[in-house]
Design a protein around this ligand. Sequence first.
Ligand SMILES: [Zn+2]
Length: 439
Amino acid sequence: MEALAETQVSQVKHLTSTLRSLHKEISQLELNRMDIGWKVRKSPWDPGSDGYRELKEIRQDIAVKWLEAIKLEKTLARARSSLYSLNKALRTKLTASAMTTTYTTSENKIKEDNIEFMDLLPAIIRHYSSGRKIVFAGTDPGTVVTSTMIPRTLDEIINRFQAISTEGVSNTEATPYSFSVERLPKPNKITANLINNVTFLKSHQKKHQQRQKSNVDGVTQQKKLAKESREREIRTKRAYDKLTAQERRRIRAHAPPYQQALKTFESEHPDTAAATSQLPSGKQTPAVIHCIGHWQGINSTIKGHCRRGMKKIREQHRVYGHVGITNEYNTSKTCPFCFSRVVLHRTRRTIDGRKQVVRLNGTIECVHPRCPARRINHTTRGRDASAAANIALSGASVVLAADCQPLPPFRRDANHTRYNLANELLSVVTPELVPRDSI
Ligand SMILES: [Zn+2]
């Protein structure tokens, strides 16, 4: 077993070094592509020109190289994962007793509103068959931006599962996947700064400092402090009330009731009105399931930013819908359209007189040549928005799965690559949405 682990280690090392050199090659090619693209854009438009031909060729080259790199990355991930389980098995043999104790403590820590333990499927099926829309709202907690929320309806999410089912059929072609996708909706953001402003945190701090400077006596100071803290408390509550209500309005606007959607559809396509009349009719507001990324950051500061926790937002949403804590694993590193790994968006900067490709934080880019987002020019997206969409997807896949496991890209254990939709769903969801009984 130890020998096996050693060969695995050398394999991982070898793969990492090949991958690194490949990434360097790609980076050089991309620098060239940006140069050529710049030239082509500056000269008058002519599809037959040498520059444009060159640009097309270099784009092809880059696509091939990226496919190679993505394949290598997958092999590397598999190797790493098996190495991890090998090491774990080795360690279990050595310290069997120690493992059991850590296991039980981690078991105790599980909170009751983790999405894996909330049996939401019966409720979803009930809502779905009564014509009520179901929306999964993914929220990505962060530092400066306390939360980024993206709503996704059930139909949108089940459509996304198809991407997995078609993956690996023909991985070598550089043509995009055939299914259609839509741009991510605009995210709803709540920032700590906004809440601090409306609760007068800064101005109260200033007033306090002024009072200390001008030697106001102790009793008055204490009274003022207590009064201000009460005021902040009330204002904070009201701020969260309003902000979460706004978020819910955004979610409802994203998923209009069927009748309203039907009306706009009929006005756009008057000839198909008869065919769509069989759709379930319902006026109710959608059922909302909030999938909130697991992160704790309460009232601590990083580089002068005041963080705010998600607890108050969760409490507010719980009054009107289900709130489930979702595992954030891989959600910020995965493309919500094709499930390949994303990279930080690159751009050109001149550093020390040398042109270089640098990465931009806050923006991600999917580099998979077959990504369906390529056709709608949506490969570059905000990092938080992409993560929020993935959290909605991950949480929804947990709820809709037969075994309460998320989609393979969001799983820590890469050995399981199958995802099974719960059997109860197959009878309710429209058949064309789910092409196979297992994805
Ligand atoms: Zn993609």
